[in-house]
Design a protein around this ligand. Structure first.
Ligand code: URA
Length: 234
């Protein structure tokens, strides 16, 4: 059981002062009954809440899918730089959101932003083997040797990479699938062959492909089935 003022501040942008005022103005209803005082307690998981006649959705966690554009840092704060959280609509800003994993500032594509630490861990931990697939363009022709070495485990200065899949899609382009996410991993893997990554776009996490309707810079709430797919191993 939780105080109604706490429940409202957990799920809306209203301040405690505003909530007190709304309650005194008889504008807050739980399960169809007017709330009398901010101290009234309810079961947060099982109420229907209306404020000024508007239904407020009570959700334990938020899961947002972003098609990350270039120029945004994958962090919650970065002095003098734009972060992916700057792209989140204001109505979610009261949540303690963070990006689940990092894409470099110049990388585009699918990213999950959430306030669910356990879920994030489950899709990011290399031990969970959740695949991340990228479209890559490099500055020299992609070779079969690269594909073979990616498969057997490229040696980086912080250890050998897990087996990775490289599918050649053009002279300078490939699709690369990883089950881990080390710092600048794909750039460093190609760097071992003297290649520079010029474009990098994440198109899949788990079995969830970047939704077609999600334009660059756009965000949407993930559906149940999208959340399911993002956790799948194959
Ligand atoms: N590998 C990289 O080098 N950068 C990314 O953003 C993601 C994977």
């Amino acid at each position: 059981m939780e105080r109604i003022d706490k429940i409202i501040s957990n799920h809306t942008h209203y301040t405690r002062k505003e909530i007190k005022k709304l309650i005194s103005q008889k504008a807050v209803f739980v399960n169809g009954k007017m709330v009398e005082r901010p101290e009234c307690k309810y079961d947060e998981t099982d109420i229907s809440l209306k404020i000024c006649g508007e239904e407020i959705e009570i959700k334990e966690h938020i899961y947002l899918l972003l098609n990350k554009p270039k120029g945004y840092v994958s962090a919650t704060e970065a002095p003098d730089q734009k972060t992916v959280l700057d792209l989140v609509p204001d109505k979610y800003k009261y949540r303690s959101l963070f990006p689940a994993g990092r894409l470099d500032k110049d990388t585009t594509g699918l990213m999950l932003i959430t306030d669910d630490g356990e879920f994030a861990h489950n899709i990011l931990s290399p031990r969970k083997h959740v695949k991340k697939e990228y479209e890559v363009t490099i500055d020299i022709p992609v070779t079969l040797t690269m594909a073979e070495e990616f498969k057997s485990g490229v040696q980086l200065n912080d250890g050998e990479c897990k087996t990775a899949d490289l599918e050649i899609t053009g002279e300078y382009t490939a699709k690369v699938t990883l089950t881990e996410g080390r710092y600048h991993q794909i750039k460093r893997m190609f760097g071992c062959f003297g290649a520079k990554v010029v474009e990098l776009n994440r198109i899949r996490m788990g079995n969830l492909y970047l939704p077609e309707e999600l334009g660059l810079g756009e965000i949407k709430e993930a559906t149940e089935s999208e959340l399911q797919k993002i956790q799948e191993r194959d």
